[in-house]
Design a protein around this ligand. Structure first.
Ligand code: AMP
Ligand code: ZN
Length: 115
């Protein structure tokens, strides 16, 4: 649960790896995705190392809510006409970084269902 020096997103939180930070507060850090899939593609991460959203929800429902609140705040700041907030859980769902993160996507029409 403590930050893990071997984890990419923990290292971003610690400032050891640069990122384009768009929001930070006591519980979450948000930064632009390095490989954006939409004009807005922000990753919102908890300031604690948990593998996925389910673990985070068990450990801290309130920090889970903080991630969604940060997504809503960024979407409102940018006056997005619509947005998608999604957690990928497990490699088959496309998860590649095993520190829970909420993707915020917007700024273009988003197809459904996702691939
Ligand atoms: P996921 O595939 O759901 O685990 O999402 C991981 C995301 O992290 C991908 O969208 C990557 O493009 C993004 N990513 C990987 N490395 C970095 C980095 N150094 N800075 C910002 N985003 C990154
Ligand atoms: Zn981590």
């Amino acid at each position: 649960m403590a930050l893990d020096s071997a984890c990419l997103f923990c290292r971003i939180i610690l400032g050891e790896i640069p990122a384009d930070i768009v929001l930070r507060n006591d519980n979450v850090v948000a930064f632009n995705d390095i490989n954006p899939q939409a004009p807005t593609h922000v990753l919102i991460v908890p300031r604690l190392h948990v593998e996925n959203a389910g673990e985070l929800a068990q450990i801290s429902p309130s920090i889970t809510a903080d991630l969604f609140n940060a997504a809503a705040e960024i979407a409102a700041q940018r006056a997005l006409s619509g947005h998608r907030a999604v957690f990928n859980t497990g490699a088959d769902a496309g998860q590649s970084v095993f520190h829970a993160h909420l993707h915020l996507l917007g700024g273009r029409a988003l197809a459904w269902p996702p691939g």
